[in-house]
Design a protein around this ligand. Sequence first.
Ligand code: F6R
Length: 608
Amino acid sequence: MCGIYGYVGSNNPVKKAIEGLKKLEYRGYDSAGIAGVKDGKILSCKEVGKVSRLEEEIEKSHLSLDVAISHTRWATHGEPSQINAHPHFDDKKSLAVVHNGIIENYQGLKDELKKKGVEFLSDTDTEVVAHLISHFYKGDLVQAVKETVQLLKGAFALAIVHKDHPDSIVAVAHESPMVIGIGNEEAFIASDPNSFAPHTRKVVFLSNSEIALVKKDKLEVFSSDMERLEKKQEELKVGVYDSSKGQFEHYTLKEIFEQPQTIRNALSGKINEELGTAVFTGLQQELPRLGSVSRILILACGTSWHAGYVASYLFEEFSRIPVQVEISSEFRYKNPILNENALVIAISQSGETADTLAAVRELKAKGAKVLALCNVQGSSLARESDYTIFLNAGPEVGVCSTKAFTSQLTILSLLALLLARMRHLSRDEGVRFLNHLNKLPDLVKSILEEREIIRGIAKKYSSFDNFFFLGRQYMYPTALEGALKLKEISYINANGYPAGEMKHGPIALINPDCPTVALTTNKKTYAKMLSNIMEVKARKGPVIAIASKDEKDVDRIADDVIFIPETIDSLSPILATIATQLLAYYIAYERGESIDQPRNLAKSVTVE
Ligand code: F6R
């Protein structure tokens, strides 16, 4: 994870770096730092905590730099501390390095350097890079970086400044994102182009250990063996979004409330009412192949994996295509068997999740074509996949994913419809499905309007430390997602389970101090869910049911019920999730937790 931002130009590099770093805080926020060149010296400032702490220190010290690199960290090697915060330096402090990724062979390199008398100050893998560049430096910084990079194994994006080169940043990227923004007499480097989008949309992406020498008016890019490259300059497509919290206390709540609109965005332009099917303009040339898809493989992590899991039920029920859903980090330990009629779908809000990118690269190496579902334009996944469907949900700032999940489900529902219509599903059935989809934004709105009911229930249960979330069929992955939300932002131990599995072991944990959130909105499994609720109640476990408004019996059995509007089973994950999101939010709020930036997490998980 970690975010890198750098600036070359005469427009206050320190201010620019802090401004950019704040936009990258979603990538980690346990410490932050900045370094650059001033009067032939490397000057720096590092602080534990968020970028605002760094900003306060910089104001006190009046730090001024001619060129700046900066970093916001999510700790991998070494605890969050001032010493382990980036940038890192060589022992003469002639250069500074910031790094995103993991140098897998750092220990061996460190041992070698120690034998040569080099002293290390930090526990990080990054510090070896600073010492190695210094060791190879003979006046040509790019050459020294090249010699260093040849020794590194792992994934890395690096930015380096040197006291002898006050007009330059050297940047390099290998399986971690790094993009250069080309402005007017100024240049930017960053882990994410959206961080400098207000200043320039002209970008050059680095990959495969490419090394860039970035000056305010000149960019040179070299391959890892120092061949000069003509890199294509691209135009960044970034929408204009309101990035403030608006009337909301947290981004997470704002993003929960944006869902009527983000679901509309996901549907927009993708519906053919007349034919009762879905349209994906970017997939037109793939249509013949989609017609013959005989298997679907879905790759994702975390919340995106939950969306893929829900979709596996959808694709099998509607499109009658067998689906395999894999957690990306585990998938790579399999030797995947792919046939040419397989459709690979990679789902990632950020498009930067290292595990998902690694799985995609493995499949592409085997000749697969990959369709990505992604929210971030210009992200690594979008660039590396053959086709991308964008969520158009706008930036998701809260670390826990909310609106991206419901947008993913909306798009996956449309994709399932398209595949079903290309097979056996009739036009009338397609039209009926679309009618239900079109109603979702208003139904979501009506749940949001009843937030005070959910808030009251959250207050009542906020002191419990263990929860179960149970569901069957579509509600099983929905239960997983509900439990994940609660874990992430309130630090409560919450287990998502298929309701039918409880009796095979987990029911031993049920007691009066362990509430169960029972998701009963699937009509097909309603009766069985009621039996499972009875089993929990028989063991004195409190039950909060999330039920459709037409399900009346549940009221008599559960301790509390959050009623949500009725829809078809396959779309009920979207509505039930709005309720679980609000429940998690208000419980975390009651407990006074850091909702937008929970401890130990980062928005973009760029390490394996
Ligand atoms: C949960 C959450 C994470 C992400 C996961 C994958 O709220 O945010 O579990 O869903 O890290 O991230 P993306 O979708 O960016 O690949």
